[in-house]
Design a protein around this ligand. Structure first.
Ligand SMILES: Nc1ncnc2c1ncn2[C@@H]1O[C@H](COP(=O)(O)OP(=O)(O)OP(=O)(O)O)[C@@H](O)[C@H]1O
Ligand SMILES: [Mg+2]
Length: 254
């Protein structure tokens, strides 16, 4: 289970983030990047962060540790900015936090180089979860002491916005032409051979078990949070086997 902490102080908004993530301090004295249930697409974005973040971690990628952050909306009362106050007020209860990587640099495809092997693994993973938010304009990759970390998996698994059409939507191809790592000749075949067999039903059950019940309740068409967990696992399991052949728009490494 994800560690649970309670927010004790709102430090500052992170200006680059479209969803207005904030930096908070918690009761374990940790500093976290916090994403709020009251923001934009709401809790589905947070579910996507947990499913993709925890899956990526288990496949060997570097992802900041995820925690749940309990929020008492009174924390927002003293905030001078209306936008921040509204966000905190509408996000009482369980939110998402991730370890703040201090000293991280935003990845710039023109300034850093990435091996074809690593590029292949990341592009393959993004194709698996249908990540549309790792473009060269907005890479959502951080560099820490020469190592790449994956962040921001909120815009993935488009099928979870329309469950009745999920199987059809999950069978579509993935256009990687704008991907931040497209220029590094990603070795997709090698990544697929290594990673696809590891995406098993057992692994996906472990990953989806990490989603807090509070974000799964009352989804139309599902009786229990566990039914919805299985619905998250299904398209990923189906996609893993064949997604390599469905990646388009990219010049593949050997
Ligand atoms: N764990 C972290 N450690 C350090 N900095 C972070 C971390 N997570 C996010 N950031 C910084 O905050 C910015 C916004 O975070 P993120 O991309 O997750 O938010 P978002 O609202 O989903 O953004 P987007 O505008 O891409 O949709 C990142 O670009 C990065 O600069
Ligand atoms: Mg981002």
């Amino acid at each position: 289970m994800l560690k649970e902490v309670i927010a004790t102080r709102y430090i500052t908004p992170l200006r680059e983030g479209g969803s207005l993530p904030g930096l908070v301090e918690a009761d374990d004295f940790g500093t976290y990047v916090m994403k709020f249930t009251g923001a934009g697409q709401g809790r589905k974005t947070l579910v996507a962060e947990v499913v993709c973040g925890e899956l990526a971690r288990r496949l060997g990628f570097r992802v900041p540790r995820l925690v749940t952050v309990g929020l008492d909306p009174v924390l927002g009362l003293g905030e001078p900015e209306q936008q921040v106050q509204d966000l905190l007020r509408s996000s009482g209860g369980t939110n998402l936090g991730m370890d703040f990587l201090s000293g991280a640099l935003g990845f710039d495809p023109l300034a850093f180089s990435v091996s074809p092997e690593e590029a292949g693994r990341i592009v393959w993973f993004d194709a698996l979860v249908n990540n549309v938010d790792r473009s060269w304009r907005n890479p959502n990759l951080l560099m820490v002491r020469g190592e790449l970390w994956l962040i921001d998996h909120g815009a993935t698994m488009i099928w979870h916005h329309n469950w009745p059409g999920a199987d059809t939507s999950a069978s579509r191809s993935y256009d990687a032409s704008d991907h931040a790592l497209a220029r590094f000749r990603p070795e997709l075949a090698r990544a697929a051979a290594e990673l696809a067999p590891r995406v098993t039903e057992e692994l996906l059950a472990e990953v989806t078990a990490e989603i807090p019940d509070a974000w799964l309740a009352d989804e139309p068409g599902f009786d229990t949070p566990d039914d919805l967990r299985r619905a998250y696992a299904r398209p990923l399991l189906a996609r893993a086997a064949a997604v390599h052949e469905r990646i388009t728009g990219i010049e593949e490494g050997k």
